[in-house]
Write a protein that binds this ligand. Structure first.
Ligand code: FES
Length: 123
């Protein structure tokens, strides 16, 4: 049996866009004090403000890692405003799994970290 479904299984075992960028335009670290998971997420922007690349790295559980990986795929190619205004439901839907309320914060760790990083950058 695959807990949480295919997408989370796949992205937790084979996470996309792991690592760091040479010169990110946005970089933010996030921490979930309830579980101790940590994430760093970075974006590089094209001159027109499109998200050119994204990376994440962290000490993450299965759900948080898969969600960070899916998030990077969702935001690459979006205008920065689109990444900033991405509804959290869009990420939760993309995970295609029933996330228990107690794990929702885990699934949204990278998302909330990215939102903070974009807001902090003033974009
Ligand atoms: Fe991983 Fe909560 S257990 S973020």
């Amino acid at each position: 049996m695959i807990p949480y479904g295919e997408v989370i299984h796949d992205h937790s075992r084979h996470p996309r866009n792991v690592g760091s960028l040479d010169a990110p335009d946005i970089r933010r670290e996030g921490y979930n004090p309830f579980c101790g998971d940590r994430v760093r997420i970075e974006l590089a922007l094209a001159p027109d403000g499109t998200v050119r690349d994204a990376r994440f790295q962290g000490d993450l559980c299965v759900i948080a890692k898969a969600a960070a990986s899916v998030l990077t795929e969702l935001v690459i190619g979006l205008p920065i405003e689109g990444a900033r205004d991405l509804p959290e439901e869009r990420l939760l839907e993309a995970l295609r799994a029933e996330i228990q309320p107690a794990r929702r914060k885990c699934a949204l760790l990278a998302f909330e970290t990215l939102q903070s990083g974009i807001k902090e950058s003033g974009r």
